[in-house]
Design a protein around this ligand. Structure first.
Ligand code: HSE
Length: 345
């Protein structure tokens, strides 16, 4: 049976969710997909631990829950940082799930470059590297005959990138519209039901939906990151953050929500990408902004942490995918699907 040696960098909400899912799905991976995963390395901000015979997931989860040092896991070697650990131990697959940083994508982009350069496949839920350098990183993976997959970066485990890559293969995507941030949709839906912004934001944080700094969610940067990933992977164009028209939800008032309800509309943080001929250097018009959508628009009825994306294509007209956009297990599902795709290849 094929065995994949895997290192997991990032052991917060998403990393722990993924480790838990690996344990839950262990038998299924063997019986259904004919491979076994050996989790040999794990890193958090305190450092990287490694055990050639494999780490014990329940022990790791228990240490994670208590925020105890991972070096308390019996029989491990350790390094002060993830980059040194990844470089020293190699392995078949790196799962990179550190927190997103949209300024320079560090430290994730260095972890990913190091892994690809030493011929490791990479799976990530971190939106920074894909948003800032998807095309370069895909080239690097190609040069080293390995895969870089990032299903979990857009709408968590809901299959968006694989839908475009496999399901819609051969179709030309002309434009995209979507609700691509779980936290803001959770907040706006609850506000439409009469609740307070700050109460619901706290709830979204407690559920593990929000970014470490939720400004990224409520000011629209997280949705921008997803739009940049789609620009690169669907349209093949690198768009920069400052080329996106962006407005978050912090200026949306109770009165605007009330007025929209009254007019049978719902305010949603809408992300859109359109191909345009005459935008000079940037052939895409990319926007993230609150819009009042009539209830006849299917996106208006997507509530809570659910997200949705509609592709306008030449062959199928409109195709819409709806599903959870955030959450620990929900994001882990995207990582798992990428892992299975790599194992199959
Ligand atoms: N904070 C993000 C969201 C997580 O709320 O959508 C998933 O990318």
């Amino acid at each position: 049976m094929k065995q994949l040696r895997l290192s997991l960098v990032g052991f917060g909400v998403v990393g722990q969710g993924f480790a838990e899912l690996l344990a839950t799905k262990h038998d299924l991976l063997r019986s259904h997909y004919d491979f076994e995963v050996k989790l040999v390395g794990v890193a958090n901000s305190q450092g990287f631990i490694y055990r050639e015979e494999g780490l014990d997931i329940p022990t790791l989860l228990e240490l994670g829950k208590r925020r105890a040092a991972l070096t308390q896991h019996p029989g491990v070697q350790s390094w002060k940082n993830a980059l040194d650990g990844v470089r020293a131990t190699r392995g078949d697959v790196l799962v990179e799930v550190t927190g997103t940083n949209l300024r320079d994508a560090e430290p994730a982009i260095s972890h990913i470059r190091a892994a690809l350069t030493q011929n490791m496949h990479v799976i990530t839920a971190n939106k920074g590297p894909g948003a800032l350098a998807a095309i370069d990183l895909m080239h690097l993976a190609h040069e080293h005959h390995v895969q870089l997959r990032m299903e979990a970066t857009v709408m968590a485990g809901t299959p968006v990138l694989s839908t475009i890559r496999e399901g819609l293969a051969g179709a030309r995507v002309r434009s995209i519209r979507g609700i691509l941030n779980g936290t803001t949709n959770y907040i706006l839906s609850a506000m439409a039901g009469g609740r307070n912004y700050s109460d619901v934001l706290a709830e979204a944080q407690a559920q593990g939906y929000a970014e470490t700094d939720p400004t990224a969610d409520v000011e629209g940067y997280d949705a921008v990151a997803k739009a940049l990933i789609l620009s690169a992977l669907v349209f093949g164009h690198t768009v920069t953050i400052d080329q996106v028209v962006r407005e978050g939800i912090t200026q949306v008032t109770k009165e605007q929500i009330h007025k929209a309800n009254h007019e049978n509309k719902r305010i949603k943080l809408l992300t859109s990408l359109h191909v345009v001929a005459d935008l000079g250097e940037c052939p895409l018009d990319v926007r993230v902004e609150p819009q009042a959508l009539p209830l006849s628009d299917p996106l208006a009825r997507v509530d809570g942490v659910m997200n949705a994306i509609t592709f306008q294509t030449d062959t199928l007209s409109e195709v819409t995918v709806i599903g959870p956009g955030a959450g620990s297990v929900q994001t882990a599902q995207g990582l798992l699907a990428d892992l299975i795709a790599i194992a199959k290849s």
